[in-house]
Design a binder for this molecule. Sequence first.
Ligand code: GCU
Length: 691
Amino acid sequence: VVTDYDDCWLQYDRVDDPDRLSAYRRRCLHAYVSEEGPELRAVRQELRVGLDGLLGREPHLWQHPPRSQDGFLAVGRRDNMEVVRHAVDAAEVDGLDEEGYVLRATEWEGQDCVVVTANTDRGMLFGTFHLLRLLSLGEPIADLDVVEEPRAKERVIDHWDNPFRGSVERGYAGQSIFDWETLPDLRERYWDYARLLASTGINGVVVNNVNTEKPDREGANDAIAGMEGWQLLESENLEKVAALATVFRRYGVRTFLSVNYAAPMLVGDLDTADPLEDDVEAWWKRKADELYERIPDFGGFLVKADSEGQRGPYDYDRDHAEGANVLGRALEPHDGRVFWRAFVYSEHEDRAVQAYETFEPLDGEFHDNVTLQIKNGPIDFQPREPVSTLFGAMPETNVACELQITQEYTGQGVHACSHLPQWEEVLEFDTHGDGEGTEVRDLLVDRAGEGFAGVANVGEDRNWTGHDLAQLNLYGFGRLAWDPTLGSEEVTREWAAQTFGRNPSVVETVTRIQEESWPAVIDYETGGIGLMHMMYNGEARLENHYDPGPEEWPEYTGIAEDGIGLDRTPSGSDYASQYQGPWPARYADPETCPEELLLFFHHLPWEHELDDGTTVIQRLYDNCFEGVEAVRALRERWSALAGTVDERRHRRVAERFDEQVVQAERWRDSLVSYFYEYAGVPDERGRVPLD
Ligand code: GCU
């Protein structure tokens, strides 16, 4: 099928090594796939496309074991395939969870076989994608033996897509791919999107924005009259949601909706949404029943309540647990889940302290079907933040870590910025929540109901993500959610090989560019020692959070003539004390606070000396300049790939690097002169203009 959009990492380029190719053909050109549920149709479809590309020949699909061949691939269950029983013991599969699988090479009746098996069709689907990934990477399969299950159960992608308007909040890849006007008609692109998600291990999708109604404060910009996200819950729109769910279901992905807390009033005709009112309880139950009637595997709800103008339980003097639990109870009989966001702040002197103060006292009070969805840091997806203090502080609550796949504050669709190293840093952080060695990633894998949510970067653009290199953030989110112990570099390397081909020097160069992109952005957008939120925040949506605008939010940087940074130690807002183990003391002392977070926790004189004797102001200057140099170096490396990466993608990325260099220079110039204006201390190296 010819489409007008990219295959991303599902390129399935022909295997060039002749020995590998013949080994793969021997075992995979013939595929015996059991006839079962919808996911197995997806398995057959993927094998057709994938093997055709990789093996350079159309695979033969069988409904019984082919006897005349040297070998074959078998995808099915033990109970109806002899070759699977031969390869895998009952105990091995019985012990697997519903998404786990076994991949194993075996010899059966003189044939060389590979078996993919699981307890469920979804397991076999995830296993098939795993096998195809190994083939795409050119891995040997003659001794294949993989037993795998996802570490985190919830791996959900959150679309901030505004239905009926087609715009995407913080989206930089064009309009929404979901066309609510034409649904329930299905676009081909939905199927390919579901393939992309399932291939990374993502198992849930929220199809609409957490902002389900436009609060007035947003201005007239895109306040186009008409349908709002909350309306998807109306009975007449459910068939549209149900149609999308049939697509995702085939790929093992459950469909979720963002809902408005006042839905009983907006969608229903109650005059309250008070969670403790019987009518409200009954309304949510009826709505849940109706949803599951139409979408039996519906995932559940995502809720942004009492945050940035969205309504919530505070309207009725109820707390967040009371607010969330009424939804949890409604979804419980159907095994659905409420993702309740912890992103709250209001007129507090230090916004960082607020989520913890609001939610930590409620530990143990949330219904089992509720998951508290916590952004990685206490502010808002800044280039670098310390880890949110809620991780490790709520042992009796199901928690999910919310990561931003889209690059709202890290260069949007223009700058190269892999978020994987950032996520690795977050996941490895030792919260000491349950004593030393309680890393964030350990806290997300304990129970069903825990895991990851990622804010999508997907849109209608041909390359799906605006910037070709940003496809990694989507791919990497799924892979790290599946297994948060995977390293950033490992995932980047496998993405690069599947996306740009197996040429080792291309893979190496692309991997290095991606790995080094984040540190560069931190340097020129923040100065690299713990400052943040110096982005322009104007009305024009596209420049919003993209251009430099340090003067707009002095409260985020604490800039003054005597120095810079915010005091979050006991003498200030005391955010540092919300941490556990050694962190409160470590962060509270500028001598032991990690340099990269220094000004997040401390207001320091401009000439305060860092470990190596450099002053704060000089370090800020140096980092801003180094960030630009680093981007120039990335651009050079990319440019050297000409001729080894296909021309179209090479040119597109090269053009973006040109623009990124220009923007990075603007950022640098804007920040250094802002710092100089307050500090009055000249740059030792004379690079900052003295006026
Ligand atoms: C950020 C972002 C908003 C978004 C909000 C959220 O503040 O700029 O567009 O609505 O996060 O996470 O809800």
